[in-house]
Design a protein around this ligand. Structure first.
Ligand code: F6R
Length: 242
């Protein structure tokens, strides 16, 4: 695991964009794993800027979102289908037909989850997985005590995560209770993982992920075993590293 500490969120986005592009060099059809949430926004903004300048081209790329709420109306502005479209597909110039989000509205959720894993495999696997980290150490929506070998599946969101995400809704009661998420095993299959985190509220989770024991009480700690994981954090998020 490589840890890079920079001054602020904009620099996190710039360095993360360098790493994403570096690791896609020579890849004819890049396959991106896509996180939602606030953390990767500066990265997506930077990738968008470079795509518009012609430095990089995502139009033939494939994308797989990490997760989706279960039962949320797909038309809801905070469904991850819409968030990914708004913050990634359009700004990066990706083809919407080549970017998938787990189907949290499927009648048979586990069948939809299995099909999602199959689609990632059929695409040849994820080249670069973009990740944030929850204040409780989740990646994707793999909450504490998720199995390290888990694949895409339905998970119950913890109260902590629902409270953290209530800012995107009118009240916590509107935050869905369940999600469909790529598993830790799915994430670990990515060739490169780029995790970004900013702010003091992430400092405990970042320290535990990087320096703590590898234990599923802290799901992100499994990334210590990832063959090529780059963690890019601002000084506040790095403040509890030894
Ligand atoms: C969302 C996801 C989550 C977030 C995490 C941090 O797709 O994968 O793991 O990355 O909850 O969220 P923010 O960045 O909003 O603090």
């Amino acid at each position: 695991m490589e840890v890079i500490i920079v001054g602020n969120a904009d620099q996190v986005g710039q360095v993360a964009a360098d790493k994403v592009i570096e690791n896609l060099e020579g890849v004819a059809t890049p396959v991106l794993g896509l996180a939602t949430g606030s953390s990767p926004l500066s990265l997506y903004a930077e990738l968008s800027r470079r795509a518009k300048e012609g430095i990089v081209d995502f139009s033939h790329g494939l994308g797989f979102a990490l997760d989706e709420y279960v039962g949320i109306d797909p038309a809801h502005p905070e469904s991850y289908r819409n968030v990914i479209h708004r913050t990634v597909v359009e700004p990066l110039g990706m083809d919407p037909d080549r970017v998938r989000v787990p189907n949290g509205f499927a009648e048979d959720l586990q069948a939809a989850a299995d099909e999602y894993d199959d689609a990632i495999e059929a695409a040849g696997g994820v080249d670069v997985q973009i990740l944030g980290i929850g204040s409780n150490g989740h990646i994707g929506f793999n909450e504490p005590f998720s199995s390290f070998s888990s694949r895409t599946r339905v998970e119950i969101l913890t109260t902590q995560t629902r409270e953290d995400n209530a800012r995107f809704f009118n009240s916590i009661d509107e935050v869905p209770t369940h999600c469909m998420t790529q598993g830790l095993g799915t994430i670990m299959d990515s060739r490169v993982a780029v995790l970004v985190a900013t702010g003091e509220h992430k400092a405990d989770a970042v320290a535990a992920m990087v320096e703590g024991p590898v234990a599923n009480v802290m799901p992100a700690s499994i990334l210590q075993f990832h063959p090529n994981c780059i963690v890019i954090v601002d000084e506040a998020a790095a403040s509890k590293l030894q």
